[in-house]
Design a protein around this ligand. Sequence first.
Ligand SMILES: [Mg+2]
Length: 358
Amino acid sequence: MDIRKIIHIDMDAFYASVEERDFPHLRGVPLAVGSAKERGVVSTANYEARKYGVRSAMSSKVAMLKCPILRFQPPRFEVYKEVSAQIHRIFAEYTDMVEPLSLDEAYLDVTTNKKNMPSATIIAQEIKHKIYEQTHLTASAGVSYNKFLAKIASDYRKPNGLFVILPHQAQDFLMTLPIEKFYGIGKVTANHLHEMNIYTGSDLFKKNKYEMVQIFGKAGLYFYDVVRGVDNRAVEPNRERKSYSVETTFEKDLTTSFAVIAELYALEQRLWKDVENTGKSGRTLTLKIRFSDFTTLTRSHSSEVPLLSFHQLHKTAKRMLKRMDYNAKPIRLLGIGISNLIDDTEIKDIQLSMDFED
Ligand SMILES: [Mg+2]
């Protein structure tokens, strides 16, 4: 197979950077985009706030304990969507092989490109430069020969970074890479691996396929490949999201109803952020509960019309949870997802017709 040229572009602390750009008094102070309310969640923290340990998806309450002088700013999704459209117009100058991962993140396949430029690194430099010129925001770029490496590379020199992993450098790079930097290995799995004395790519490299499946389940085969620098997934330009879901594996199993309800609420907020991000909501809600013995319960509920507000989503999830027998065993993982998606314009139509019905 020919060697591909893949760029991963990722805006730096996106929502927070947009707020700092538009409101000068917020610059240089610890800032979280999200709701300061008791049950709120941090969407994005700026780098000042990250110094205090504030992270995205953290509850606002915990964030304020970590950083008492933290400022909260409500999100402005309309503005973020506009910036997203701006950067996508820049991508389109080079290639149509663009696969968005979210509003501020995308893979570009520039193996062949509209400007016939041989160097992906120079393309990445130009794109970063144009993004800054047109939006006054910084992006980080990773350049490599597959998606996995490009994604890791964009994270490697954040913020405002550009990092290139050439084919002959990949194996050495992966060997020394801490396993928590592997895309797809979360905090809980990383801790678990540390307990098994696995700290770096080279520790992972020593495991055979069978052991990898034992550690990671189905994902084990993927990790077996990527630690060898192999990832043949194509950049898929028109990938339509069919569903959204979020889930959390807990450091400590949940043993009380209160904890389950609170954690589910935080997940509902994360899921609703995805809905707002994309302007697509859905008719079907799915809950997933995995117990400490790895048995899993899933339940789905579909309604006639898509869920149109966070309140509706929360009410539906609460009702579904009540009907599930979740108190019997400690819970290690909770998940919630939305599917049967309907897009923005249709949602507006439904909202309008409901307004008239009222
Ligand atoms: Mg980003």
